[in-house]
Design a protein around this ligand. Structure first.
Ligand code: NAD
Length: 257
């Protein structure tokens, strides 16, 4: 139990990559705070189940990551934050000239500004505890661009910039900050798109994954939430003590192109 005694807060963690990271951190012995903007019985049940399976303490705290005050309350309510994973994110696809302003604002708020608020609130707790890890879930789109994803690409590049500044401001302390940049990850949301894509392109599952969905991912294989979680656990290990201010790509070679 390498991370026993540590508390990890993972934003946007009731599904997909965030839940995968929570699983891996809990398996490594960390107490875990799950978060999303909903306040349903199943959210609390998810946290309880995670805790029981891994023998760690877990909580669910509802907080809307599009709202600065909610971001800060999440950290305050948790009371302790040794590992902060800024994962909550949304996407909107449209050309710049017709991009709805409200969607732009929401993408920037949830994907980028939330990480500023949570980090600002968490750093004093990490300093008090004498150890901390900030792990920002950026994207291959934090390093490269695609058309029609202006807000997402801008937000993710911003997350990479915030990662570097956070690392420099904590460089002489036992605190690190890094960004994980996944390529295409097979989450339930992505899995659900496969039948539609098969129908649209008249292709079988394997071909639509290879030729359409993973067009830019040279490995022609999805990354998994478990792999992103495993990388987060590695960043919390002593082997990563001197890794700070950088990006780790899990993209099957996307950014090598
Ligand atoms: P997802 O939709 O499965 O999960 C997103 C999570 O964020 C959910 O738990 C959702 O409830 C939560 N969330 C959304 N809006 C919120 C809000 N206002 N307040 C609090 N929580 C909110 O998506 P995912 O694919 O698991 O993505 C997680 C992160 O990984 C995102 O930052 C995304 O940009 C990034 N990412 C995903 C991929 C991919 O291929 N899936 C690739 C690269 C990066």
């Amino acid at each position: 139990m390498r991370l026993s005694g540590k508390t990890a807060i993972i934003t946007g963690s009731t599904s997909g990559i965030g839940l995968g990271i929570a699983e891996e951190l809990a398996q490594a012995g960390a107490d875990v705070v799950l978060n999303s903007f909903t306040d349903r019985d199943e959210d609390y049940a998810l946290a309880e189940d995670l805790g029981q399976r891994h023998g760690v303490s877990t909580r669910y705290i509802p907080a809307d990551m599009s709202q600065g005050e909610d971001c800060r309350r999440l950290i305050r309510e948790a009371g302790r934050c040794d590992i902060l994973v800024n994962n909550a994110g949304i996407q909107h696809v449209a050309g710049i000239d017709e991009f709805p302003v409200a969607r732009w604002d929401a993408v920037i708020a949830i994907n980028l500004t939330s990480a500023f608020h949570t980090t600002a609130e968490a750093l004093p707790l990490m300093r008090d505890a004498g150890w901390g890890r900030v792990i920002n879930i950026a994207s291959a789109h934090g390093l490269t661009a695609s058309p029609y994803k202006s807000a997402y690409v801008a937000a993710k590049h911003g997350v990479v910039g915030l990662t570097k500044v956070t690392a420099l401001e904590t460089a002489e302390e036992p605190i690190t900050c890094n960004a994980i940049c996944p390529g295409y990850v097979l989450t339930p949301l992505v899995e659900a798109q496969i039948p539609d894509q098969m129908k649209k392109h008249g292709m079988d599952r394997e071909t639509v994954i290879r030729e359409v969905m993973l067009e830019r991912q040279p490995s022609k294989a999805f990354a998994t939430a478990q792999q992103v979680g495993g990388t987060a656990v590695f960043l919390c290990s002593p082997a990563a003590d001197q890794i700070t201010g950088t990006t780790i790509s899990i993209d099957g070679g996307w950014t090598a192109l």
